[in-house]
Ligand binder design. Structure first.
Ligand SMILES: [Zn+2]
Length: 318
C-alpha cells in the first residue's frame, strides 16, 4: 500500500518524531471527535510506502518517500514539540525508514495543472462510490486544491497514475507541449516508476514469506532482502511490475543473480553459470553445492519469459 503524508510544518514533532522518522497524529480532535486522516496511521503496515508532500501551496512539493519499518500503533509517549496537538492525551504513530529524496522535488501546483483532467475524473468517480476514499485534495470552485487537515491518505494504483502518469516511457502528446512539460512529465514518470518499484519489491518479498528463496539460505531479515527483478526493469516493459518477474533474494544472492553467477532452470533449480565453474572465487564455491537444488517456491512461480530473458542476458541456456 502507498500512503501520502501531507504536512505543512517542517519540524512536525521534533526529535525522533520529526520528519522523516515517523508519521504521527493526535488520536482525536480538540474537544473530541475522530478524524479519518489521523486514524489512517493505524492502517499503515510494515513495508508500506509513504510518499511525502511538504509545504504550503503554492510551495508544496512531493519531496521523497519512505518505507514503514513497523505497523501503525497508539502510544501515550509524546512528541517533544507537539505544537497545536499538545492537547491530545495520546498519539497515533508509525515508524519510517529509508527516506529517499527525489532528485528534484516536484511541485504540487505543476501536478495539479499537468494532471488536472485525470485528477478531476478520479475525484468525480470517487464521489459516486459507496465506499468513498478520503482524498487529500478536493475539486472546488473549478479548481483542485488540498483538503485542509488531510494528513494521511491512501494512494491506490489508479490515483498514482492520475498523479504521475503511467510507467510507460512513451512520449505522450501532453509531455511534448513545451520543454518545461517534458521535464515535469519525465520527473513524474520517474517518481511513478520508483514508487511502483518499491511496491513491487514489497509484494515479491511477501510472496516468498520475506525469506531469501535460494536453497538453504534462510536470510529473513528484511534489511537484507531484495524483491529482485528476473528480467531487468529497464529491459522488459511488459514484465515490469509482474509478480512472475520477481524473486525474493538476500543481498548476497541478489548480487550473484544480477551478475549472472547463477540462474534458474525451467524447473526453478539453481543452475551455476558454466563460465564461472573454473573460477576459484569463494563466492562461486559457496553457490556451487546448490546446483540442481530447487529454490523455495512461492505461490506465484517465476515466468518462463522472465527466466528466458535472464538466460539471454547472462548468455547461458540451461
Ligand atoms: Zn540468500
Amino acid at each position: 500500500m502507498i500512503f501520502l503524508e501531507m504536512s505543512r510544518i517542517e519540524s512536525h514533532g521534533g526529535g525522533t518524531w520529526a520528519f522523516p522518522n515517523c508519521i504521527w497524529s493526535p488520536i482525536e480532535k480538540e474537544g473530541g471527535g475522530r478524524w479519518p486522516f489521523w486514524e489512517k496511521v493505524l492502517s499503515v503496515k510494515e513495508g508500506d510506502t509513504v510518499l511525502h508532500l511538504r509545504g504550503v501551496q503554492p510551495l508544496a512539493y512531493f519531496v521523497g518517500y519512505s518505507r514503514a519499518s513497523g505497523d501503525g500503533f497508539t502510544t501515550t509517549k509524546r512528541p517533544p514539540e507537539a505544537g497545536s496537538w499538545s492537547f491530545s492525551p495520546s498519539f497515533y504513530r508509525a515508524d519510517l525508514a529509508d527516506y529517499t529524496a527525489f532528485h528534484r522535488p516536484i511541485s504540487l501546483s505543476a501536478v495539479f495543472s499537468e494532471r488536472r483532467v485525470e485528477l478531476e475524473s478520479y475525484f468525480d468517480k470517487n464521489r459516486t462510490l459507496k465506499d468513498k476514499k478520503h482524498l487529500f485534495y478536493v475539486r472546488q470552485s473549478g479548481r483542485l486544491q488540498c483538503l485542509n487537515g488531510a494528513y494521511l491518505s491512501e494512494v491506490d494504483d489508479e490515483l498514482l497514475s492520475a498523479l504521475f502518469g503511467e510507467f510507460s516511457f512513451g512520449t505522450g502528446i501532453k509531455e511534448e507541449r513545451a520543454l518545461v512539460s517534458v521535464e515535469t512529465g519525465y520527473q513524474m514518470r520517474s517518481i511513478r516508476a520508483r514508487l511502483g518499484q518499491a511496491n513491487f519489491s514489497r509484494r515479491v518479498k511477501s510472496l516468498y514469506n520475506n525469506k531469501c528463496c535460494f536453497p538453504s539460505c534462510g536470510v529473513d531479515d528484511s534489511r537484507f532482502l531484495v524483491g529482485a527483478h528476473i528480467a531487468r526493469w529497464s529491459d522488459n516493459e511488459k514484465l515490469r511490475g509482474h509478480l512472475g518477474n520477481g524473486l525474493c533474494l538476500c543481498v548476497f544472492h541478489d548480487k550473484a543473480f544480477e551478475l549472472g553467477l547463477f540462474t534458474l532452470d525451467e524447473h526453478y533449480n539453481v543452475y551455476i553459470n558454466p563460465k564461472e565453474l573454473e573460477s576459484d572465487s569463494a563466492v562461486v564455491a559457496r553457490l556451487s553445492p546448490f546446483a540442481g537444488h530447487p529454490i523455495n517456491s512461492a505461490s506465484f512461480a517465476p515466468l518462463d519469459d522472465a527466466l528466458l530473458e535472464h538466460w539471454i542476458r547472462i548468455d547461458v541456456s540451461p
